[in-house]
Design a protein around this ligand. Structure first.
Ligand SMILES: CC(C)(COP(=O)(O)OP(=O)(O)OC[C@H]1O[C@@H](n2cnc3c(N)ncnc32)[C@H](O)[C@@H]1OP(=O)(O)O)[C@@H](O)C(=O)NCCC(=O)NCCS
Length: 313
C-alpha cells in the first residue's frame, strides 16, 4: 500500500479506482492535454490510461505509483513515480494539474515531496522525467527541482536526478542562495509556500533596458550563437526564429551543430529607477544578474551590482 504524503499545501493520497471520474474530467480539459496528446482524451482513453498506470507502472509494495493531490480538501491534480520493471533503481516522475491551480508552485511542491519519498524512503538511485520540447512550464518545474537536462529523445526533453544530486540540492535549499552581497538580507527573509527565498532589495542606480524585444528559449531549442559579451563575459548573443538576445553561455550546448539550449532562459530585463524597492526571485551569481519583481508586479533581470539589500529594522 502506498503511503499518503504531505507537503506544506498538499495532501497526496494513493490514486484508487474511485478517482477515475476526476481523472476523466482532468483529461477532458483541452488546456491540460495541449502539451501531451494535443487533444482532450476520449471517455475510453482515461480508464485505459489508469489501468496501465495502476497495474503496469505501480509497485505499491516498494512505495512507487500514483498519488492524487488535494489542497484544503479540493482536487488539484495527480503526481506519480512510475515504476520501471526493467530498472528497479529508478522511477519516472510525472504530474498533471487542473488549470485553476497552475502558477502557484504546486506542481513543484508536490514533486519535491515525491522526490524526497523516492530517495529517502524508497531508496532509489535516480529519478527521471520528460517533457515535450514545447512544454516550457513543465521544463521549468523540472529545472526548479534541480533535475539535470540529459538530452532530447523522440521530441521529449529528458531530465534526471541522482540521490546524491538530490541530497546536494536539499542542502543548497537549506543554505539558501550563495550571493555574499545579499546573504545578510536573505537570512532574514520569509519563505513562501514553494520554499523559494524572497528578499527585498533597493535599486542603487537605475537600470535601462535595451530596445530589443525579449526572447524566451526552451530546453532543446536550436539557437544560433554569436559573439561573447565584452561587459558580461558569461553571456553570448543568441538568435532564434523569434528574435535575439544575450543568454548565459553555460545554458547552451555549443558542442552540437546547431547549438542547443540546455536550460530555459528568458532575456526579459526590468527597467528600474534609483531607490526603487524590488523583490528578489532568482540570484544568478555566475552571470552576475538577478531576476526581480517591482511593485507593479513586473519581472525581469537587473545587474546584481545595481541593487543592494534593504536593511531589516
Ligand atoms: C506543467 C504543470 C504541471 C505546471 O504546474 P504549475 O503548478 O503551474 O507549476 P509551478 O507553479 O510549480 O511551476 C511552473 C513554472 O513554469 C513557469 N511557466 C509557466 N508557463 C511557462 C511558459 N509558457 N514558459 C516558460 N515558463 C513557464 C512558471 O512561471 C513557473 O516558474 P517560476 O516559478 O519560476 O515562475 C501544469 O501546467 C500542468 O499540469 N499542465 C498540463 C499537464 C502537463 O503538461 N504535465 C506535465 C507533463 S511533462
Amino acid at each position: 500500500m502506498l503511503p499518503s504524503i504531505a507537503s506544506p499545501r498538499l495532501h497526496l493520497s494513493p490514486v484508487s479506482d474511485g478517482d477515475i471520474g476526476l481523472m476523466r474530467r482532468l483529461n477532458a480539459d483541452e488546456a491540460v492535454m495541449r502539451n501531451l496528446t494535443r487533444r482532450p482524451a476520449t471517455a475510453e482513453e482515461t480508464p485505459a490510461e489508469w489501468t496501465e498506470r495502476l497495474q503496469g507502472r505501480s509497485d505499491p509494495g516498494r512505495g512507487l505509483g500514483y498519488w492524487i493531490g488535494r489542497a484544503d480538501g479540493v482536487f488539484v491534480g495527480w503526481w506519480g513515480l512510475g515504476a520501471c520493471s526493467w530498472e528497479p533503481s529508478t522511477a519516472n516522475l510525472g504530474y498533471r494539474l487542473r488549470p485553476a491551480r497552475w502558477g502557484r508552485g504546486l506542481a513543484t511542491e508536490g514533486s519535491r515531496a515525491l522526490l524526497s519519498h523516492a530517495f529517502d524512503e524508497v531508496g532509489l538511485a535516480t529519478v527521471w522525467a520528460s517533457a515535450t520540447r514545447w512544454n516550457r512550464a513543465s521544463q521549468r518545474v523540472l529545472a526548479k527541482l534541480s533535475m539535470r537536462y540529459v538530452g532530447v529523445r523522440y521530441d521529449q526533453c529528458q531530465f534526471e536526478i541522482t540521490a546524491a544530486e538530490w541530497a546536494e540540492a536539499a542542502r543548497s535549499r537549506l543554505r539558501g542562495p550563495s550571493s555574499s552581497r545579499l546573504a545578510g538580507c536573505l537570512q532574514q527573509t520569509a519563505m513562501n509556500g514553494d520554499n523559494d527565498e524572497m528578499a527585498m532589495v533597493r535599486a542603487v542606480r537605475a537600470h535601462e533596458i535595451p530596445g530589443r524585444r525579449p526572447i524566451q528559449v526552451a530546453v532543446g531549442q536550436r539557437v544560433q550563437v554569436g559573439s561573447q559579451d565584452t561587459t558580461w563575459p558569461a553571456f553570448v548573443f543568441v538568435t532564434t526564429e523569434d528574435g535575439s538576445g544575450w543568454v548565459p553561455a553555460r545554458h547552451i550546448d555549443t558542442g552540437s551543430r546547431p547549438a542547443v539550449m540546455l536550460a530555459p532562459y528568458d532575456t526579459t530585463e526590468l527597467a528600474t529607477a534609483a531607490g526603487e524597492p524590488l523583490t528578489v526571485l532568482v540570484i544568478d551569481d555566475t552571470s552576475g544578474w538577478t531576476w526581480v519583481r517591482n511593485a507593479l508586479g513586473r519581472e525581469g533581470w537587473v545587474p546584481s551590482n545595481t541593487i543592494e539589500p534593504i536593511p531589516v529594522s
